[in-house]
Design a protein. Structure first.
Ligand code: GRG
Length: 304
C-alpha cells in the first residue's frame, strides 16, 4: 500500500477550488491584457496565445490560497496572482526558444516561436515580463506592504539571482556531472523562487503578519523544490501527450535532474519529504490553510 506523505486534507474540494481559481484568473488576465487587435496586433496575439494556451495556473492558485490563509480576498490578490502567471509564461516562452531548450510543444500546442517566429516570441516574452509589473502597480497597497515592497518581491524572484540566475545555472550544468547541492541551488532559483513569491504576494495582499509571511516563505520554498523534483520525474515517466510538452528532454539534453542523480525511487522520497516540510511550515495557520495543504498534496501527486 502506498504510504501518504502526510494526511490528506479532509473535506476540502480542491477540484472545485482549482476550477474557480482558474476561471477567476483567466477572466482577470483577459481584462488586464491589451485586446488581441490592439496595435501591434501580432505582439498582443502572441502574448495571449501563450498566456491562454492551457497552463495549469498553479502559481496563481497558490497566491489566492495564501491570501485566504491570511484572511484576505481573491479580489485583492488577483492582480498579483496574474503578475506571477505573466512572469511564469514569459519564462516558458523564452525557455522554449531555439537558443535555450529549443522546444516545439508547450501546454499542448506549438510553442510561441513556432507560430509567431523567434523575433515576436522574444518580444512577447519581454512584454509579458513587463506587464507583470504594470499589474503590481494596479494592486492596492496595504498598511504593512507598499507597492515598493510588492515590486521588489517580484523583481527579486524573477531577477538575475533567482529565476534568470537559475536558468543560467541550468544551462551551464548541461552535460556536466553536478552534485546534489548544486542541483538544489538550481531548483531553488529556476523553480522554487517564483512559487515562494506567489504565496508571499498572496500573503501580502491580505496584509499578512511578518510571522505569516515567514511561514508562507518556508511553505513556498519547500513546495517549490518538490514541484521541480516531480517535474523531473514526470519528464521520464510520462508521455508528451500527457504533459503537453516534449517528454524525455532532460535525458536527451543530459540535464542535471534528481532522477539522473539518485534514481526514480529516491527522487519520489525526496519530493515526499519536501512536501512534509511544506506542511509543517503551515502550523502557525492552525487549520486555516486548507487550500494550501490540498494544493501541496496535489502538486506531489500530479501526473502532468
Ligand atoms: C531571460 C532569455 C531569458 C530566459 C529566461 C527564466 C527562464 C528563461 C526560464 C525559467 C526556467 C524554467 C522553465 C523553469 C522550470 C519551471 C517549471 C517546472 C515550469 C513548468 O511549470 P508548470 O508545470 O507549467 O506549472 P504550466 O504550463 O502548467 O503553467
Amino acid at each position: 500500500m502506498q504510504r501518504h506523505a502526510h494526511p490528506p486534507p479532509a473535506a476540502f474540494d480542491l477540484e472545485d477550488f482549482l476550477r474557480r481559481s482558474t476561471t477567476a484568473v483567466n477572466a482577470a488576465l483577459d481584462r488586464y491584457l491589451p485586446r488581441p487587435g490592439t496595435r501591434p496586433a501580432t505582439l498582443h496575439r502572441a502574448m495571449r496565445y501563450s498566456l491562454f494556451a492551457g497552463g495549469k495556473r498553479l502559481r496563481p492558485a497558490l497566491c489566492l490560497a495564501a491570501a485566504e490563509a491570511c484572511g484576505g480576498t481573491w479580489e485583492d490578490a488577483l492582480p498579483l496572482a496574474c503578475a506571477v502567471e505573466c512572469i511564469h509564461t514569459y519564462s516558458l516562452v523564452h525557455d522554449d526558444l531555439p537558443a535555450m531548450d529549443n522546444d516545439d510543444f508547450r501546454r499542448g500546442k506549438p510553442t510561441n516561436h513556432k507560430v509567431f517566429g523567434e523575433g515576436i516570441a522574444i518580444l512577447a516574452g519581454d512584454a509579458l515580463l513587463t506587464i507583470a509589473f504594470e499589474l503590481v502597480a494596479r494592486a492596492r497597497g496595504w498598511p504593512r506592504y507598499s507597492h515598493r515592497d510588492l515590486v521588489r518581491e517580484l523583481a527579486e524572484a524573477a531577477g538575475s539571482r533567482q529565476l534568470v540566475g537559475g536558468q543560467v545555472a541550468d544551462l551551464e550544468a548541461e552535460g556536466r556531472k553536478v552534485s546534489a547541492a548544486h542541483l538544489r541551488y538550481i531548483h531553488e532559483r529556476k523553480t522554487s523562487a517564483l512559487l515562494r513569491c506567489a504565496v508571499r504576494l498572496g500573503g501580502m495582499s491580505a496584509n499578512g503578519t511578518p510571522r505569516q509571511l515567514e511561514a508562507l516563505s518556508d511553505f513556498g520554498y519547500h513546495v517549490g523544490l518538490a514541484f521541480q523534483v516531480i517535474d523531473d520525474i514526470l519528464d521520464v515517466t510520462q508521455s508528451s501527450e500527457q504533459l503537453g510538452k516534449t517528454a524525455g528532454k532532460d535525458t536527451a539534453a543530459q540535464k542535471a535532474t534528481y532522477p539522473a542523480l539518485v534514481g526514480l525511487e529516491k527522487s519520489r522520497q525526496i519530493a515526499a519529504r519536501l512536501t512534509r516540510r511544506a506542511f509543517a511550515a503551515l502550523a502557525p495557520f492552525r487549520g486555516r490553510a486548507c487550500a494550501l495543504e490540498a494544493l501541496a498534496t496535489h502538486l506531489l501527486q500530479r501526473n502532468r
